[in-house]
Design a protein. Structure first.
Length: 248
């Protein structure tokens, strides 16, 4: 709708995507503005065509969502991870965070900022930095911090691309999908790059699906790792910045 609000009436609209990605819902979504017809399909994908008949008015406020987690307010936007509630993996990671922690904490792939505000509630002396490659996630995290009276720096970054300095802890629930495909690139970049952004004795703490092959990358990078919590589906990994760690 944001894009359509910027286009003149009469603009030709093409929509293409995999069926499992939800592309078929475009017909209903755009029915009042650019009625679509399916013009082709192949390899479980669909191509739709229409012409913009009415320009929608984009109202950003209508896209905001909100939910509560243990008394904390989480602000969300479409496309932000765990938009409708706290995911099981993040819950497990939060259960391992020690109260009264101090120091500089970096939340990579911060999503809506729930990890950071939950951490800050029982460790108010931490200094928070949050980053995410997604613009909606950055805005959602800023709103979540503000809603809970938590201070922190939030900015856009492709893993560590815009991150400066070193931290005492890096936390993350890294993605392992790129669109509809499985991709380990972001998590591997996170693990390998963490050594350039951790103070001596600092730690990387991440949660991941148990079947993902992160232990080998952790050992290769840090020299060792430990599993500090696990369920049948998820594991929380901890790696410490020591002399064994490769300096990248």
């Amino acid at each position: 709708m944001n894009l359509l609000s910027l286009l003149p009436v009469g603009t030709d609209i093409f929509v293409v995507g995999e069926n499992r990605s939800g592309v078929r819902s475009a017909e209903q979504m755009l029915a009042d503005y650019a009625p679509l017809n399916k013009v082709d399909s192949a390899r479980r994908c669909g191509l739709y065509f229409g012409r913009l008949e009415k320009q929608p008015v984009f109202d950003a406020d209508k896209f905001w969502g909100e939910y509560s987690v243990d008394g904390l307010t989480v602000k969300t936007l479409p496309g932000v991870f765990s938009r409708d509630g706290l995911d099981v993996g993040s819950q497990l990671l939060l259960s391992t965070l020690t109260p009264h922690t101090k120091g500089k904490v970096l939340d990579v792939g911060c999503g809506a900022g729930v990890l950071s505000v939950a951490f800050a509630r029982h460790s108010p002396k931490i200094r928070l930095t949050l980053c995410d490659v997604s613009a909606p996630a950055v805005e959602a995290s800023r709103a979540t911090l503000a809603a809970n009276g938590v201070e922190g720096e939030v900015f856009a970054s492709n893993v560590f691309s815009e991150v400066k300095g070193r931290f005492d802890m890096i936390i993350s629930n890294p993605p392992f999908h790129d669109g509809m495909q499985t991709s380990l690139d972001a998590a591997q970049t996170l693990i390998r790059g963490a050594v350039r952004h951790l103070n001596s004795g600092g730690e990387l703490r991440i949660v991941a699906n148990a079947f993902l092959p992160y232990p080998d990358v952790l050992d290769e990078t840090f020299g060792f790792h430990e599993v500090i919590a696990q369920t049948g589906r998820f594991k929380v990994y901890r790696a410490i910045m020591t002399r064994q760690a490769k300096k990248g």
